[in-house]
Design a protein around this ligand. Sequence first.
Ligand SMILES: O=C(O)C(=O)C[C@]1(C(=O)O)C=C[C@@H](O)C=C1
Length: 183
Amino acid sequence: MMATLPLTVGATTTSTTWVSPNMMELPALVVERNAIGDQVALSKWYSGKAVEDAQREKEVIDEVRRQAPTYGLNPDDAERFFAAQIESNKLVQYALLSVWQLQGRAPDLPPPDLARLRKQLDDLQKRLLQALASSKEVPDSPYCKAAIAQAVDEAAHNDRLDGLHHLALMRSFGDFCRATARP
Ligand SMILES: O=C(O)C(=O)C[C@]1(C(=O)O)C=C[C@@H](O)C=C1
């Protein structure tokens, strides 16, 4: 049997608080984005459409890069952040679709309209860019990884996320911090 590392989610072992209240906006918006992923998955359950849509991903990233300077963001940084958001959205979708397959049914809800959901994602994108700009110094901070881990934990707790959405939130911030050794 392969050894696995213990994942004790919710158990904060550091006594220092790195998260400032204004830093919580970004994870809260990411939670919203991933929640739209649930709806997107349901639309794809009904339509049979593939989770991954390379053309749409390109459109999202192109638009993010175009808008980034308006928010004082470097287009490469904005792209990196949104590429992670797309990956985490796909993680949510693949997992839900797989569970629904096993159960032989999805939640008993009418098929959501993918075009309407994409419009919601586009609207959220502006708020995410704004929040990303407000947290611009965080990735370069030597405390970034500790702060992000705490912010993710707090957001998961505040929004009562289940295991999947908590994991997706962790994925969303996977490469948020720039490489720095532990202080
Ligand atoms: O728009 C979709 O079809 C989605 O599934 C959403 C999304 C995204 O996160 O923006 C995720 C996966 C697709 O490859 C394209 C875009």
